[in-house]
Each structure stands twice: as structure tokens, then as C-alpha cells.
Design a protein around this ligand. Structure first.
Ligand code: CP
Length: 305
């Protein structure tokens, strides 16, 4: 496909090719001269209908390191505010000779809709509670870097699974790469389908931490909660917050991940987030190389057509 809409559509060998390509780009961006000419004359629009720090800057840097021309669009200060539709917005951007669109949108399926109606390559940078494929790629790439391989590793995804696009994309990526996956959280924050996707489900965070090699801790997404959920933030922290005391009680160290932004003191304490076992900033660093790989490979497919 000339799009990256979700991890669901990728094969294991697609993911391995992305990793091998990202290995090369990681080496490139650690050199004094970080830029390569691979996407010269390609124009990319980063179209964001939701807030972002990491994903937006990471895509922009990845595009610039590949020598693409880049334009950035945020719906909050655009003519979307005057009632312009998603399709009209993107078609107007494409009329300015844009080749690829990186889209973040609050509606699940928005990038899939665009892919059916426009000619440019679409990369999903997060669609509501559905998928966040480049996040899962950088997460699994970071596990591979830290632990040597993803296959056979036990990964617990802990927190607000119900509202998380990171959880679903991670589940797909980890399974395709041969990891064992557990989700852990209060059952009010677990989606109804979770019993049907081949993951272990654990309500007790201590048992989840004891089981896993890697804990990927997710943010409580208050902005997506339509009704007042149990638990409250204070209750969540009491029963599910990850702190040093919980980790010190384990018989071996585990690797700690978080996609960001962190609610410090809610799902994760600073004494864990900033510890030697945290790879949170490695995830962010790897995001640029992984996104370079995705953009480079998609541009290659587009030029073959
Ligand atoms: N991890 C992530 O998607 O962060 P942003 O929302 O800041 O892009």
C-alpha cells in the first residue's frame, strides 16, 4: 500500500524492513551532517486536527532530515474554524502540489476515509481511539534496541486501554513481532473487544509488573472521557500508579516505557519515569529515525506506481 493507515495492515516483514531502514537512518542522524537528499522535491503536509508535541515535531524533523519540503497545518488556527470540511481542507492543500499527507484527527477512520478520496500518500499520525501506527513502530523498535529482540518478550500495556490508540497499535505490532502481550487496568478502562484480540488481561497491577519484561504505561485520557468514569485520577493513582516502591518489590528490573505526554504523579511517578530503567526519551529519539524510514519507504512505493 502507498499509505500507512494502521499496523493491522502490515506484515511482519513490512515491520522488519521499516526497522532495518530505521537502523540506517538512526546512524545518519547521529552524524554531524544529519541530512540526506532522499526526499528532495517531495512536498509533505503535516495536517493536525488534534494537539501534538512529539508526533508533529518528530514527523517535521524526519521530513527535513530527508530534504523534503514541509508545510504544517493546525486546525485550531485554520479555516476549519469557518466550517471547511476535512476533505475540502486536504484537497486545497493538495492543489498546492503536496505529495504526502501526515494526518492526526480525533475521528477513528479519518485517514482511511481520506485514502479513498485523494491521490496523495496518507500516513496516520493518530486517529481518535483507533490506531497510532508510527508510535507502535517506534515503541517496538525501542524494545528491540533495549532488549535485542521483540520476539518472546513479555510486554504489559498498563492504563487507559479504552481510550488509547497507542494500545491497539502496540498490540498489533507486538503480536506480529512475536511478543506476549498483557493489558492491565481497571475494567472500566478496558474495551469490550479486549477478550477477542489474543492478549492476557490482568486487573492487578502488581501481578502485571511481576509478569512482564517491559511495562508500557499509558496516560489517562481525560479529554476522551464523555462521562465521569471510575476511577477518578486520585483512585487511579492509588490502585494503578507506577512508583519506585512497586518496582523495588520485583525480583528483577523491568523496562519502563510511556508514549507521552506523562501525567506525572498520576499513572507514573518521576522516580520511575526518570530512572535508569526508563527508555521514554529513547522512544522519542527513535521516533525520528522510524518516521524517516516510513516516509522513505512510502515515497519509494509511490514513485514505482
Ligand atoms: N506520543 C504522542 O503521540 O505524543 P503527542 O500527542 O505529543 O504527539
Amino acid at each position: 500500500s502507498k499509505h500507512l493507515l494502521g499496523i493491522k495492515d502490515l506484515t511482519t516483514s513490512d515491520i522488519e524492513l521499516i526497522f532495518e531502514t530505521a537502523d540506517n537512518f538512526k546512524e545518519v542522524i547521529n552524524r554531524p551532517i544529519k541530512k540526506v537528499p532522499s526526499l528532495r522535491d517531495i512536498t509533505i503536509a503535516n495536517v493536525f486536527f488534534e494537539n501534538s508535541t512529539r508526533t508533529k515535531l518528530s514527523f517535521e524533523l524526519a521530513e527535513k532530515r530527508l530534504s523534503a519540503d514541509v508545510v504544517n497545518f493546525s486546525s485550531s488556527n485554520s479555516s476549519v474554524k469557518k466550517g471547511e470540511t476535512l476533505l475540502d481542507t486536504v484537497n486545497n492543500i493538495l492543489a498546492m502540489k503536496v505529495d504526502m499527507v501526515v494526518l492526526r484527527h480525533s475521528s477513528p477512520g479519518a485517514p482511511h476515509f481520506l485514502a479513498r478520496h485523494i491521490k496523495a500518500n496518507i500516513i496516520n499520525a493518530g486517529d481518535g481511539t483507533h490506531e497510532h501506527p508510527t508510535q507502535a513502530l517506534l515503541d517496538t523498535f525501542s524494545i528491540r534496541e533495549k532488549l535485542g529482540d521483540v520476539a518472546g518478550k513479555k510486554v504489559a500495556i498498563i492504563g487507559d486501554i479504552l481510550h488509547s490508540r497507542v494500545a491497539l497499535s502496540n498490540i498489533f505490532a507486538l503480536q506480529k513481532l512475536g511478543a506476549e502481550v498483557m493489558v492491565c487496568g481497571p475494567n472500566t478502562l478496558l474495551p469490550k473487544f479486549i477478550g477477542n484480540v489474543g492478549v492476557k488481561v490482568e486487573l492487578d497491577v502488581k501481578k502485571a509488573l511481576k509478569w512482564c519484561d517491559v511495562a508500557n504505561v499509558l496516560r489517562i485520557q481525560m479529554e476522551r472521557q464523555q462521562i465521569k468514569y471510575f476511577p477518578s485520577l486520585r483512585e487511579y493513582t492509588l490502585y494503578y500508579g507506577i512508583n519506585k516502591q512497586l518496582l523495588d518489590a520485583l525480583d528483577r528490573p523491568i523496562t519502563i516505557m510511556h508514549p507521552g505526554p506523562i501525567n506525572r504523579g498520576v499513572e507514573l511517578n518521576s522516580d520511575v519515569a526518570d530512572s535508569e530503567h526508563s527508555i521514554i526519551l529513547n522512544q522519542v529519539e527513535n521516533g525520528v529515525a522510524v518516521r524517516m524510514a516510513v516516509l522513505y519507504l512510502l515515497a519509494g512505493i509511490a514513485s514505482d506506481n
